[in-house]
Design a protein around this ligand. Structure first.
Ligand SMILES: Cc1cc2nc3c(=O)[nH]c(=O)nc-3n(C[C@H](O)[C@H](O)[C@H](O)COP(=O)(O)OP(=O)(O)OC[C@H]3O[C@@H](n4cnc5c(N)ncnc54)[C@H](O)[C@@H]3O)c2cc1C
Ligand code: FES
Length: 510
């Protein structure tokens, strides 16, 4: 993660003062003060001044959406409090700076910067847990650990991760990091010292072997035991490996961890021809990133049209053409039959020479612990609206959790970064007894070349994908079933995507 480059200063100098009339009620004004970009917002009788640059990847908040006392980022839908600057919803983790605003004779002046808001400690004596163990150092686990501390939890907090690296920005691994536009230092979500400072006992390279629910302990692979009052399972998923002859050769890669990405990057330095097996999100993002390195790319996919199942025929065809225009060759309706040092042989006998192979053929949820602990399962770990499993005191979040979605009325499970982080945040508050329902509308995005698509909602299947606009320029695609809108995707219409999110939230807010 990065707070990105220093943004250009635009608009009026708010430190010198602006006429109040230039900021109508419910609107914002982009300007700057004391050398920093500032968003001045008027809401009712109050004025707020916060940083105008999203702390996730620098999205322009002046192009976002004001909702009550919050502003939402147009790029990946982080949400910040205007009053406190706090990052209320992932994917942003850091607060916005904020300034005192003084109003005098019809002019608003942005004065000195205000301190970050401190939360009072949430003592264990108030009925909360004395110790929390988080299994998983990914999106959900990290967000939960940070949230527990931000909410004032001062008890023992242990995060156990089988990964050898600190929690990392996985979505970037198949995008800018692989393409070479995102440097190494953007990948850790936090530096290692952060966890020590926050008194989060992060144990890397530590696999939990089983849960002893009766004695409330997790048992590590080395036999060690760690006791918990509350446990969060956030074990995510592992990439499916290619089960074909040669599928385990050293030049065949999968991509999930920072270490996987480093290994792939190292191979990409010398590769001249790659075969990507799998034409879904990871496969196509990898294809785009490797084309940026001018490597010849062939994509093999079982489906006739990439992404058709999730995004529909028209969007799928558009994405295929986008890749072809960038020099990718598709081999669709095909599967890999075998791999050797010189290439991949498809099931129809076609041979694709390659010095690098990437398998992006899906993931398998890491459910072994949950199953062994006897938790109720349903194609994932069954959780209630508070993300608690069938065993009191054990919560689950992220790729493994199937939750009751108030929008569709169904139990759903998704594999999205922002959802995993938001579930981690909600689970943390519920571990502290807050009884907060998880009711966020699912959101994900994909980036391939200069094409970015944002997807809001959840359509397990749909019978209509209605495109408003043109895929080449900008558009909104509405996915519905039986006449009911389930999800919306937007291309170059970020503000519309935010409005759709609010509308979908409202459709079940009653
Ligand atoms: C390359 C890539 C790109 C992606 N891009 C996007 C994107 O653009 N947009 C989007 O919405 N989503 C994207 N995703 C999906 C997103 O990253 C996942 O949905 C998200 O990471 C899930 O979070 P999680 O916390 O459930 O699991 P993870 O982030 O996978 O974390 C799981 C953690 O659990 C640990 N673990 C597992 N078992 C054990 C055990 N027994 N003991 C100890 N630790 C254990 C693992 O080591 C890991 O630390 C991408 C994923 C990948 C791999
Ligand atoms: S840049 Fe704002 S949420 Fe990503």
């Amino acid at each position: 993660m990065s707070d990105s480059e220093t943004p250009q200063l635009e608009g009026p100098d708010l430190g010198a003062g602006v006429a109040l009339a230039t900021v109508p009620d419910g609107a914002c004004l982009l300007g700057h003060a004391h050398g920093e970009p500032v968003l001045l917002v008027r809401r009712g009788g109050e004025l707020f001044a916060v940083g105008s640059t999203c702390t996730h990847y620098g999205g322009p908040l002046s192009e976002g959406l004001l909702v009550g006392e919050t502003v939402r980022c147009p790029w990946h839908h982080a949400c910040f409090s205007l009053r406190t600057g706090e990052a209320l919803r992932a994917p942003a983790l850091n607060p916005l700076p904020r300034w005192r605003v003084e109003e005098r004779d019809g002019t608003a002046f942005v004065r000195e910067k205000l301190d970050a808001v401190e939360r009072p400690a949430s003592p264990a004596a108030a009925g909360g847990p004395e110790s929390v163990v988080i299994v998983g150092g990914g999106a959900a686990g990290n967000a939960a650990a940070e949230t527990l501390r931000r909410e004032g939890y001062r008890g023992r907090l242990t995060m156990l991760s089988a990964d050898r690296s600190v929690p990392c920005d996985r979505p970037n691994l198949s995008k800018g990091y692989l393409a070479g536009t995102a440097p190494e230092e953007w990948i850790p979500l936090r530096p290692e010292e952060f966890y020590a400072e926050q008194e989060i006992d992060l144990k890397l390279g530590t696999r939990v072997e089983r849960i002893d629910a009766a004695s409330r302990e997790v048992v590590l692979a080395d036999g060690g035991r760690i006791a918990y009052d509350a446990l969060l399972l956030a074990t995510g998923a592992d990439p499916v490996r290619l089960d074909v002859p040669g599928g385990d050769l050293p030049h065949v890669h999968t991509l999930r961890t920072h270490a996987d990405a480093r290994a792939l990057l190292a191979s990409a330095q010398t590769a001249r021809r790659v075969v990507v097996i799998g034409a879904s999100f990871i496969g196509l993002e990898v294809a785009a990133a490797l084309r940026a390195r001018e490597i010849e790319v062939h994509v093999v996919g079982r489906e006739a049209i990439p992404m058709e199942k999730v995004l529909g025929v028209e969007v799928g065809k558009h994405i295929r053409k986008l890749h072809e225009d960038h020099g990718v060759t598709f081999h669709l309706g095909a599967v890999a039959a075998s791999i050797d040092a010189g290439g991949v042989t498809l099931d129809d006998g076609e041979r694709l020479p390659a010095d690098l192979v990437v398998a992006g053929i899906g993931v398998r949820q890491a459910l072994a612990l949950a199953e062994q602990a006897g938790l109720a399962m349903d194609r994932g770990v069954t959780v209630n609206e508070y993300l608690e499993t069938s065993v009191p005191g054990i919560f689950a979040a992220g790729d493994i959790a199937r939750w009751p979605d108030p929008h569709t009325g169904e139990r759903i499970r998704v594999e999205h970064w922002v959802v995993a982080e938001r579930q981690g945040q909600t689970a943390a508050r519920n571990i502290l007894g807050r009884k907060e329902r998880f009711d966020a509308v699912p959101f994900f995005w994909t980036e391939q070349y200069d094409f970015t698509l944002s997807y809001i909602g959840h359509a397990e299947s749909f019978d209509r994908a209605e495109i408003d606009g043109t895929l080449d320029a900008d558009c909104r695609i509405t996915y519905s079933k039986g006449g009911r809108k389930l999800a919306v995707a937007t291309i170059r219409r970020d503000l519309e995507g935010l409005r759709e999110e609010v509308e979908l939230e409202g459709s079940f807010a009653a």
